[in-house]
Design a protein around this ligand. Structure first.
Ligand code: AHR
Length: 514
């Protein structure tokens, strides 16, 4: 339904006045660029869940699947291709059931456990601390460790951090005996996960006290300073954020997390592949609602921390649909279509816009789970449409967000949530290049977009790609792995200060000017 009256919103950075149909004018102001879009916003999350870690990344050195030290070669290549900056592990809910000592030492002697959160699968602990930190080193990724405060102890958590980071002492000697002499680098440490739910069903006041207690013993080393992250709210639970800011506050925590999944109804999430136009726009509306949710959490944080010292870390986000029919229950395998790609792009645009407070995000999850980057079956591997959005958006990592303004139509989904006919973001990189990414969520209408960039003179289109499909259900499969992938975009022209683009319906376009 078209929303006719005047409407103001911060979504899509646009002043939301109804504009003449057909052409959209965007003004981009590189001289007003302010906040750096941390590359950590492009973070990933890998949990011991279904085929995310086992099969999706780790196959073991003896596997016939081509691997390097047990990590799939195709996965390693994809991690590097995406320039994945940070990886959160081992959960999720699994983190508060995980006892790190089960995952060190000779793999043959490691105990097994039942993964009670995720389908009762037997976990053999062959992927543990060494395997995780070595992976991060190999692929140039910052590790983000989530420690167990639900079913573990302060001593266990403190010793894990010491085992990983201490240059000497008994735990460093044990680490060396297990094959690693030098300490690893560890910055990001999450104290619990969803402590209001699977991480212990705590009240915020109780969690705040627990956070203070646990974080006391997560010790820095001379060469290793930790960035301590408190387990944050789910979605609309603003009270959780308030209590944490009040009772823990800055100084004790560097970051506070937030989880927001694009799911309308947890009982009937809906199919990942069978949906109609109304469902499609409802998914878009729900995804965009994260902007309002962020604004509300940030307003609370601003009250207690006006200098924005504490980062807001959206360390789980993405679409969550029904599991793939016929897949193992509890493994959260779902397909990924152009709809998911659209959610990814629109959400990343919003994160850019909140770069002054949002310092990291981790999409759920890296492989074979939820809004995944890739799928594996034996030695077969294919990339999802969401993967390609992350790849197209690489130039935005560590670039400076540029304010832009434009007028466009705002529509409403079946639940009354607004969605604009265009999403847009622009950043300026250290080398002076400017990347503009446009997202057209409309299923039928293309747009002509005139982008007026102050000082554009002299810059030329260096790179331009488009991700699009005729059908919102379009996806990749093992049989047709490259059905949806970006292709060079020919519809970008520069004249004077203006970059003009003709973008089709259901498309994501990224243009870098140098
Ligand atoms: O990503 C799947 C699960 O979603 C995580 O384990 C949990 O933290 C969240 O509820």
């Amino acid at each position: 339904m078209k929303f006719k009256s005047l409407f103001t919103s911060s979504i899509a950075l646009g002043a939301a006045l109804a504009a003449a149909a057909g052409t959209i004018d965007i003004n981009v102001h590189p001289d007003q660029a302010t906040d750096t879009v941390s590359r950590m916003i492009y973070g990933q999350f890998a949990e011991h869940l279904g085929a995310c870690v086992y099969e999706g990344i780790w196959v073991g050195e003896d596997s016939p699947i081509p691997n390097t030290k047990g990590y799939r070669n195709d996965a390693l290549e994809a991690l590097r291709d995406l320039k994945v900056p940070v990886l959160r592990w081992p959960g999720g809910c699994f983190a508060d059931d995980y006892h790190w000592r089960d995952g060190i030492g000779d793999p043959k002697n490691r105990p097994t456990l039942i993964n009670n959160n995720w389908g009762g699968t037997v976990e053999d602990n062959s992927f543990g601390t060494h395997e995780f930190f070595d992976l991060c080193e190999l692929a140039g990724i910052e590790p983000y460790l989530s420690v167990n405060i639900g079913s573990g102890t302060v001593q266990e958590a403190a010793q894990w951090v010491e085992y990983v980071t201490a240059p000497n002492g008994p735990l460093a000697r044990e680490r060396a005996a297990n094959g690693r002499t030098e300490p690893w680098k560890l910055k990001f440490i999450g104290i619990g996960n969803e402590s209001w739910g699977c991480g212990g069903n705590m009240r915020p006041e109780y969690y705040a006290d627990n956070y203070r207690r646990y974080s006391t013993y997560m010790r820095n080393q001379p060469e290793n300073k930790l960035y301590r992250i408190a387990s944050g709210a789910s979605d609309y639970d603003y009270n959780w954020t308030k209590v944490l800011m009040e009772r823990v506050g800055r100084g004790r925590m560097d970051g506070l997390s937030l989880h927001y999944y694009t799911v309308d109804d947890w009982k009937t999430k809906g199919s990942a592949t069978q949906f109609d136009e109304t469902d499609y726009y409802a998914t878009i509306g729900k995804a965009l609602e994260i902007d309002t949710v962020l604004n509300k959490h940030i307003a609370i944080m601003d009250k207690y921390d006006p200098k924005k010292k504490v980062g807001l870390l959206v360390d789980e986000w993405g679409t969550w649909f029904d599991e793939e029919p016929g897949s193992t229950p509890g493994h959260l395998l779902q397909q990924n279509t152009m709809r998911d790609a659209m959610v990814a792009a629109l959400t990343l645009n919003i994160f850019h816009n909140h770069a002054d407070r949002v310092r990291m995000t981790n999409i759920a999850q890296l492989a074979n789970v939820l809004q995944t980057m890739w799928y594996t079956k034996g030695d077969k591997f294919f990339k999802s449409p969401t993967y390609y959005v992350f790849r197209m958006y690489r130039p935005h990592q560590d670039a400076v967000n540029i304010p832009l303004d434009f007028n466009c139509e705002i529509f409403k989904d079946k639940k009354g949530r607004p969605y604009p006919e265009l999403g847009a973001t622009a950043t300026k990189a250290a080398d002076g290049s400017i990347t503009v990414s446009l997202t057209n969520p409309m299923l039928k209408e293309g747009h002509k977009v005139n982008i007026n960039i102050d000082g554009l003179k002299g810059l030329k289109v260096a790179d331009a790609e488009i991700l699009t499909a005729k059908d919102m259900h379009a996806m990749n499969t093992f049989e047709n792995p490259e059905n949806v992938k970006p292709v060079p975009f020919k519809g970008a022209k520069v004249k004077g200060n203006t970059l003009t683009l003709d973008i089709p319906a259901l498309s994501i376009v990224s243009v870098t000017l140098k």
